[in-house]
Ligand binder design. Structure first.
Ligand code: HEC
Length: 142
């Protein structure tokens, strides 16, 4: 009898540990950090708009394709030697929020935890052009 209770307790404790471990990882859809508060509530004002996507295509091909590749897969020629490598933007579009993308394109990778050669674009591209390129990514990188 004592043995049975002991084993039941062990099984209960083990399944509790297993359940909490599974629950923890299942709840996480992305390992990306949250954008800082000044970016947290941003949403794409041009979402789904073809003219914004067309303008974004020009921005993308001039500034991003060299590293991220024409199709966004992270396989551009200028990115081959980089560590970390350029992100697969199809994954980014599928997994990350618009606020996250706007933040990362604006601020780049010259900060923790990224420490990458992703350039900061906020001094080069207007806010509208950053949203245009996000619209292009959303409508084409699937
Ligand atoms: C010099 C190469 C280079 C260029 C040019 C470049 N990137 Fe990046 N980018 C990177 C690298 C490397 C990473 C991965 C490391 C990181 O997240 O900082 C990255 C990451 C990103 C991310 C975050 C992806 C994620 O899933 O977390 C986004 C969004 C992004 N780039 C968009 C762009 C856009 C849009 C442009 C053009 C305006 C651009 N990048 C131009 C190198 C580049």
């Amino acid at each position: 009898m004592k043995k049975t209770i002991f084993f039941l307790t062990v099984i209960l404790v083990l399944s509790a540990i297993l359940l909490s471990a599974c629950g923890g990882s299942a709840a996480k859809t992305s390992t990306r950090p949250e954008p800082p508060s000044e970016y947290a509530n941003k949403t794409n004002p041009f979402a789904g708009k073809t003219d914004a996507s067309d303008a974004g295509k020009t921005v993308y091909e001039a500034n991003c394709a060299s590293c991220h590749g024409t199709g966004g897969a992270g396989d551009g020629p200028a990115g081959a030697a980089l560590d970390p490598k350029p992100a697969d933007l199809k994954k980014t579009v599928a997994e990350a929020s618009e606020a996250y993308m706007f933040w990362r394109i604006s601020e780049g990778g010259g900060m923790s935890p990224f420490n990458s050669s992703m350039p900061s674009w906020k001094g080069t591209l207007s806010e509208n052009d950053i949203w245009n390129v996000i619209t292009y990514m959303e409508m084409n990188f699937k």
